[in-house]
Design a protein around this ligand. Structure first.
Ligand SMILES: Nc1ncnc2c1ncn2[C@@H]1O[C@H](COP(=O)(O)OP(=O)(O)OP(=O)(O)O)[C@@H](O)[C@H]1O
Ligand SMILES: [Mg+2]
Length: 294
């Protein structure tokens, strides 16, 4: 493995280092692919493609034949009524779905062409490369702010000497540093809900994911905290491919370049966000976005 660059503090959050850190998955890098012009400009952000994705809980077919692409430097919002399979679909992207008893997925999740379900792909590496932030902030309550952010780093075996710098970089990247820099050794549970959610985002960013899945990250937050997260998404998208599940259509309209509407486990419509909300192709999308059901 290549040695890590020494500017670890800045790296996860300030910019995508050209020729920077080694990929977390055995994916082609911009240096090794001559035909990857879009990747050059996109830094380390990745193209994610779901092919014939199906997900089950026992015999319950929760995600049905989904084919979908998430473009580098795009934020994609997933919308749809409760129970339509949004969380299940995003959990398939980092292989969390298979951790649930009786659950299984079929199909492919390609990240720059590498199938995360392929033979020989390490699940731990997948979860490092594809980070996740959940609906309810879930910091380890008794752990300090510093250790909450470092938790993933220790788990993934980051060199000890780098941990502090990467914690600081991740907290800056999550726009939380200024609020916590004088209390890094106090418990994570002492933060407000919005701060806790940014702490969880910092925890996800610390391991330098290439794709970030956010499952209703603002549903427990007030408007000010929500705005901070949305601003953060706008900054992060330059470096990380972002998929956000939201029930809030105004939020999708504010943050997402592309919006996906799901219903009954199926993908109904995918389009540029503005178009999907104003002139959708499918009648069901129109009914949903105008509040006629859901
Ligand atoms: N752990 C589970 N075991 C069994 N069935 C599940 C499980 N989790 C979800 N399901 C079922 O799978 C379907 C899709 O659920 P999912 O949580 O993906 O929906 P969602 O669109 O995220 O809904 P919400 O907006 O309420 O979060 C639902 O019918 C749900 O009941
Ligand atoms: Mg859900």
């Amino acid at each position: 493995m290549n040695p890590r660059p020494t500017d670890a503090t800045e790296r996860p959050v300030q910019k995508a280092a050209s020729g920077g850190p080694p990929p977390l998955l055995p994916l082609p890098t911009s240096a090794s692919t001559s035909t990857s012009a879009p990747r050059e400009s996109a830094g380390r952000t990745r193209q994610v493609e779901l092919r014939d994705l199906n997900a089950f809980y026992g015999s319950h077919h929760a995600v049905k034949d989904v084919n979908l692409s998430f473009a580098p430097r795009d934020v994609t919002a997933i919308i749809g009524p409760s129970g339509c399979g949004k969380s299940t679909m995003v959990r398939c992207i980092n292989r969390m779905h298979e951790e649930i008893d009786g659950a299984r997925a079929e199909g492919q999740v390609l990240v720059d062409g590498t199938d995360l379900y392929g033979a020989g792909v390490d699940v731990v590496a997948v979860r490092r490369a594809v980070g996740m932030v959940f609906q309810k902030p879930n910091p380890f309550p008794t752990m300090s702010i510093r250790d909450n952010v470092a938790a993933g780093l220790r788990f993934t075996g980051a060199p000890r000497g780098e941990i502090d710098e990467r914690v600081i970089g991740a907290l800056k990247g999550a726009s939380l540093w200024d609020e916590v820099k004088d209390r890094l050794d106090q418990p994570g549970a002492g933060l407000s809900g919005g701060q806790q959610q940014r702490l969880c985002i910092a925890r996800a960013l610390a391991v330098e994911p290439e794709v970030l899945l956010m499952d209703e990250p603002c549903s427990a937050l007030d408007p000010v905290a929500t705005l901070k997260i949305e601003e953060l998404i706008g900054e992060l998208k330059e470096r990380v491919t972002i998929v956000i599940v939201t029930h809030n259509m105004q939020q999708a309209a504010r943050v997402a370049d592309t919006t996906v509407f799901m219903l009954g486990g199926e993908l109904v419509e995918v389009g540029a966000t503005h178009k999907l909300f104003t002139t959708p192709e499918d009648e069901r999308t129109e009914q949903y976005v105008t509040g006629k059901f859901g």
